[in-house]
Structures are given as C-alpha cells and as structure tokens.
Design a protein around this ligand. Structure first.
Ligand SMILES: CC(C)(COP(=O)(O)OP(=O)(O)OC[C@H]1O[C@@H](n2cnc3c(N)ncnc32)[C@H](O)[C@@H]1OP(=O)(O)O)[C@@H](O)C(=O)NCCC(=O)NCCS
Length: 200
C-alpha cells in the first residue's frame, strides 16, 4: 500500500521530488584554487573556474569528442574548435558568465575532462547553461557535479532560474536533468529541441 502523504516532511513523500533548495542544499562557494572531485570509480579531478591558460587543453578536449557529443553540446556540427572561439570560451566576462572545468593533472600536459558554463541574462533573472563531459569519463557523476556547481553559482548570484536547450534524442542529458529536478518542455518552433528549466 502507498504510504500516506507526510505533510510535515515533503521530502519523505515518494510522489514529490525534493525542492531544489533542498536538493542542492550542500552547495557552497567554490574556492578560486578549485576543489577535488572524485569519480564513482575513485579517480580524482580538480574542479576550478576556467582560465585563459586553458585554451590549448580545451582545444585538445574538443578533438577527442565524438561528432555526436559536439552536436549535442553546440546544437550543430563543428569539425574543430577555432582558436578565437576557444580564446573566447576561456576568457569569460564574470559579470555575465561563469564556467568551470574538470582538470586531470595525472597526465602531462594536464587534460580537461569536462566543462560547465552559464550565460546570465539579468533582464530575465535567469541563466542558460551548457555542459560537457568527455566520453571516457561519463557515468562517473561528473555531469551531475558540474550541474550542481552551476546551480550553486546561480544561487550565489540570486538568480531565479537555470535553463538550457537539449536535443530530445539526448537521453543521457534529459535523464541527468530529470534526476536533478529540472522540468522539460518542447520548444514550439524548434522540432527535436526541448527546453529544460530549474526554478531556483
Ligand atoms: C550528458 C552528459 C553531460 C552526462 O555526463 P555524465 O558525466 O555521464 O553524467 P553523470 O555521470 O553525472 O550521470 C548522472 C545521471 O545522468 C543519467 N545518465 C548519464 N548518462 C546516461 C546514459 N548514457 N544513459 C542513461 N542515463 C544517463 C543517469 O541517470 C546518471 O545517473 P547514474 O549513472 O547514477 O545512473 C555527457 O554525456 C555529455 O557531455 N554529453 C555530450 C554533451 C551534451 O549532451 N551536453 C548536454 C547539452 S548542453
């Protein structure tokens, strides 16, 4: 039999996901120097804000990506990440952007295994996100760790909403976002594209 709805403790009710403020309650500001992130299988990466010196690592990371992942992240095909675009992605405007990288410094040179980014729109009090984890490093909790960092960053800025466009074929991302409490709706004029949103 289904347990009775527990009004005193909504998080105990299996029918309702926890509020996002509870789901991300452990989030805290990220130190400038970054902090370690441990994968499910025990590998350690450093999560820190992106820096201008990351251009070469970002371009190498892009080269390792399958075409499908590039399309899912950028919503179109791109055979390489041009230097000016990489420069732009690594040199952010802190007033309107935040971006975090996952650095693997067990290899030389250190490699970038994931990136999460938000673009802030003050007019709508919201931020658009994008996230990417290198294929060999997926299913290790890194996508969720990056998304949680982006949520924390939005909260630190007092934003009301975090949202992003996701291709409907992109089951991994839709699943990840639904696990994190985002809601999904189809974009009316863009067949095959969903908008996913988290109220903060
Ligand atoms: C989508 C993406 C970010 C997921 O990253 P990830 O590091 O694998 O995510 P996590 O390991 O944190 O997975 C968290 C949850 O998401 C879901 N998920 C992730 N990959 C999945 C897959 N291939 N199939 C089904 N569910 C999946 C699962 O629920 C998973 O939890 P579990 O492993 O405990 O079952 C990564 O696959 C990626 O970079 N894809 C290409 C770029 C992209 O699609 N970006 C999103 C658009 S901006």
């Amino acid at each position: 039999m289904m347990p009775a709805f527990d009004f005193a403790s909504p998080t105990r009710n299996a029918t309702l996901p926890p509020r996002s403020s509870e789901r991300f309650a452990h989030a805290h500001p990220l130190p400038e120097s970054g902090e370690p992130v441990v994968t499910h299988d025990g590998r350690v990466l450093l999560m820190r804000p992106i820096e201008p010196r990351d251009v070469a690592a970002l371009r190498r990371c892009f080269k390792r990506l399958p075409a499908e992942d590039i399309r899912r992240r950028f919503m179109h095909s791109l055979s390489e990440l041009p230097e000016p675009m990489a420069q732009r992605l690594c040199r952010i405007d802190p007033a309107t952007e935040a971006a975090y990288v996952l650095i693997d410094d067990r290899v030389m040179p250190a490699e970038l295994r994931g990136v999460g980014r938000i673009f802030i729109d003050e007019a709508t009090d919201s931020a658009e996100f994008s996230v990417l984890v290198e294929r060999d490093w997926t299913r290790q909790g890194l996508g969720a760790a990056l998304m949680q960092r982006l949520v924390a960053s939005c909260r630190e800025r007092g934003l009301a909403e975090l949202w992003g466009y996701v291709l409907v074929e992109n089951r991994p991302m839709l699943r990840l976002c639904s696990d994190l409490g985002f809601t999904t709706r189809m974009v009316p004029d863009e067949p095959g594209v969903a908008q996913i949103t988290l109220r903060l």
